[in-house]
Ligand binder design. Structure first.
Ligand code: HEM
Length: 126
């Protein structure tokens, strides 16, 4: 792990794992999100761990396995409305707290994910 990255500062793989576990537990119980996610979240959680590791400066595990992230393109099959974006971010905000990720990293992570979540929207509200 490279020193000076958010990945390293928050505690590496173990912390990413705690965050992702807490996040998908919430996603799997959120009425806005369950319609577009599979019932079994194991595989999406695994890919998200690879992605967040890389996104926060850890090893490029996602790209090794899946190639260029192209996240907006990968999300096009799913209707991502403003309220689904809000729901996703709500789950993430709570997960950052539950995983005990401290400031200033909590806010830095949340801001970066907010920008990415905004970029994922592809459907207006019904
Ligand atoms: C995959 C929803 C934002 C990263 C998915 C899937 C859904 C989804 C439905 C596919 C599940 C499946 O495989 O069937 C959403 C919604 C978002 C959102 C509603 C709200 C804005 C984000 C953000 C990130 C992200 C902000 C990254 C920071 C990923 C990754 C995958 C994924 C890495 C797996 C892609 C792959 O197959 O390799 N998301 N997503 N998503 N999402 Fe999101």
């Amino acid at each position: 792990t490279v020193p000076g990255t958010i990945f390293e500062a928050i505690g590496g793989f173990e912390t990413i794992d705690r965050l992702v576990t807490s996040f998908y537990k919430r996603v799997g119980n959120h009425p806005e999100l369950t319609p577009i996610f599979p019932d079994d979240l194991t595989e999406v959680a695994r890919k998200q761990s690879l992605f967040l590791t890389q996104f926060f400066g850890g090893p490029k595990l996602y790209t090794e396995e899946r190639g260029h992230p192209m996240l907006r393109r990968r999300h096009l099959p799913f209707e991502i409305t403003p309220s689904r974006r809000d729901a996703w971010l709500e789950c993430m905000e709570a997960a950052l707290e539950e995983a005990n990720i401290d400031e200033p990293y909590r806010t830095a992570i949340f801001e970066k994910l907010t920008m990415t979540a905004n970029h994922m929207m592809n459907t207006p509200e019904y």
